[in-house]
Design a protein around this ligand. Sequence first.
Ligand code: NAP
Length: 258
Amino acid sequence: MNSIKQSFNLEGKVAIITGSSKGIGKSIAQGLAEQGAKVVISSRSQDAVDEVAREFQGAGLKAIGIACHVGKADQRKTLVQKTIEHYGGVDILVNNAAINPVFGPIEDADESIFDKIMDINVKAPWMLSNLILESMQQRGGGSIINIASVEALHPGAGLGLYSTSKAALLMLTKNQAKEWGQHGIRANVVCPGLIKTKFSAALWQNEKLLNKIEKTLPTARMGMPDEMAGIVCLLSSKAGAYMTGGVYNADGGYMIAG
Ligand SMILES: NC(=O)c1ccc[n+]([C@@H]2O[C@H](COP(=O)([O-])OP(=O)(O)OC[C@H]3O[C@@H](n4cnc5c(N)ncnc54)[C@H](OP(=O)(O)O)[C@@H]3O)[C@@H](O)[C@H]2O)c1
């Protein structure tokens, strides 16, 4: 009898998680490492990723920190090269880093803001995935998890360009799943709802707004970063071997609210 419990084990797997010095990315990295994976903590600051790697190592987890601004081609290349040098390859890529520099009507945003959002939220996951393709092929497969948002599926308020970028990421993922399935590579999207991190502080620090949002949710509360890790562990592991091209909400019921 095959052990189902064992199919969640990530022992021997190597995972890169972008934007993992804090928030959702850090929780995902912790979850993957606790399942046995060797993780690469990454964000723009070497100091920040070193600190998280040290914290993980102190807890008996396997982690290294490699700084990478995902919008910079040379740094994306270095991230993949250094990971392969250190760990021998890549099995799991979590494209988690993203930005949302503006709130407001779509017509008010500057063209340069549009370019910046698309660069970080869409182009970077596309190019980073392309860079790890060869290693995943050599290892007989892999799992790509792209962190989108419920904004990819349902327009919120004042988040038009961010929403558009996350919808593009969703379709990128489906194409990765379709084109790279032949190499044993799976690609899936996770769409978080409102999660308590620095990224969403403008929403949850406004008590009136937070109450209004939480009232509409079946769970009646916002989510916490560590509640995003379980779904990524599943999608990364053999337990999720039949899941590809999927879009999975972890949103407290936001998509069925109202
Ligand atoms: N929080 C929510 O409510 C929510 C909801 C839906 C979706 N999401 C998605 O969840 C993901 C993570 O968000 P979060 O809430 O965890 O954000 P967060 O707490 O602000 O953390 C963002 C992380 O990304 C890093 N980062 C920022 N810009 C980067 C860049 N250009 N290159 C590399 N790393 C970069 C940050 O570190 P440095 O500053 O050191 O680079 C940090 O580690 C994003 O894709 C976001 O769109 C969040």
